[in-house]
Each structure stands twice: as C-alpha cells, then as structure tokens.
Design a protein around this ligand. Structure first.
Ligand code: SF4
Ligand code: SF4
Length: 198
C-alpha cells in the first residue's frame, strides 16, 4: 500500500530538479519531426489532371469544370482533409502536391481553408466534350517523347505552347483535311475519320 506512495513521492522530488517533459508551445514554436505529415499543398508541377480528385478518401478535393469558359479549378478543401497523404502518393506527376509540415490550420472562416488552382481546359472542337487540361496534355506529350507527332491534334497544342500557332491561325496546313489537325474527342475523331471523309 505504501510502496506506490513512496514511488510517487520520489517522482515528484525528481521532477523538481529535472527539465520539463512538455514544450512551451504555443508560446514557443513547436519542434516538428522532419517526417511529420501536415496539410497537402499543391505545387507548380500540378497539371490539374484530377487523378487525386477521384482517389481522395474523404472527398476533400473538388474539380469544377467550365467547358464554355475552358477553365478548370481544382480545390483542396482542408476542412475535409484527413491528412492521409494519398493525394501525394498517387499524384500523376509524382510531385503535383506535397504534404508540408504545417499543422496550425485554425481560421475564422472556412473559406480560408480552400486552396484553389486554375487550369486551361482543352475541349473537343467538334462537340465541346472536355478532354483534359492543357497542362495535362502537354505533360502527356512530353512523356510520349518521340511518339508525339503521332497525334496531330495534340501536337497542335504543343505548337501553341511554343508560340508557333495560336487559336486563330493554324500554321500546320498540309495538303490534307483540316480536321486532321484539330483537337477532337475519340468519338468525333472516329466519326469524322470513318464516315465524314467518305
Ligand atoms: S491528404 Fe488525404 S484527405 Fe487530404 S486531400 Fe490528400 S487524399 Fe484527400
Ligand atoms: S497533377 Fe497530381 S496533384 Fe495535380 S490534379 Fe493531378 S493528381 Fe492531383
């Protein structure tokens, strides 16, 4: 009965002469472990492909497409995020989003917990179907390497990036049908190639 009391007394006396086990946070900055996983932060290398949107287990990443305005917003809702790091793990470009060691996320308005990135969309020039973001298509072209010119519509996007052509003028004008060089969705490409050219 008296033994535990003696042990407590010894601990109390010891603690009087030892350094505190707790830190002075929030009066002093917290020491963060290098592998600490805080909030996800989208990087410049994000191409807006939307892969993480479909994967996020807590549906904390939203994709808003405006096909008419040809814009896509990818929004990270940190108020829904469970900091699991899955978006970083499955990212198409491997470094489009990073888990940074920031954990002080208290704000007065939930709107301040939204991180938004905006991208240009590429849509089918025949039916208006969304293909993907321009950055995503250019990233795919770079990944394809020497096979790039195989898809002339996508090559056109590359030439736009290089400033060789713009939306108003197509400088690739071979002695062929014009529709070979526009960006089309697979359905329109199939229809035009197989039937309209007959
Ligand atoms: S860390 Fe997890 S919950 Fe948060 S946005 Fe990424 S995938 Fe979603
Ligand atoms: S590039 Fe990565 S972070 Fe950006 S939308 Fe695609 S999967 Fe998400």
């Amino acid at each position: 009965m008296w033994l535990p009391k003696l042990r407590e007394l010894r601990e109390a006396v010891k603690s009087l002469f030892s350094r505190p086990a707790t830190t002075r946070y929030p009066f002093k900055p917290a020491t963060i472990h290098p592998r600490f996983k805080g909030k996800p932060e989208p990087q410049d290398s994000c191409i807006g492909c939307g892969g993480c949107v479909n994967w996020c287990p807590s549906e904390a990443i939203e994709e808003i497409n405006d096909a008419e305005g040809k814009k896509r917003q990818v929004i990270w809702h940190l108020d829904h995020c469970i900091m699991c790091g899955e978006c970083e793990r499955v990212c198409t470009t491997k470094d489009g989003v990073k888990m940074v060691p920031e954990f002080e996320l208290a704000v007065f308005s939930r709107d301040d917990l939204h991180t938004v990135k905006e991208f240009d969309l590429v849509v089918c020039e025949e039916c208006g179907e969304i293909l993907s973001t321009r950055d995503h298509i250019l990233w795919m072209l770079d990944s394809l390497g020497e096979k790039q010119p195989a898809n002339l519509g996508l090559l056109n996007e590359k030439l736009k990036k290089l400033g060789i052509v713009d939306d108003a003028s197509r400088s690739i004008t071979f002695d062929k049908r014009d529709d070979m060089f526009v960006v089309l969705c697979p359905k329109c490409r199939h229809r035009i190639s197989l039937y309209d050219s007959l």
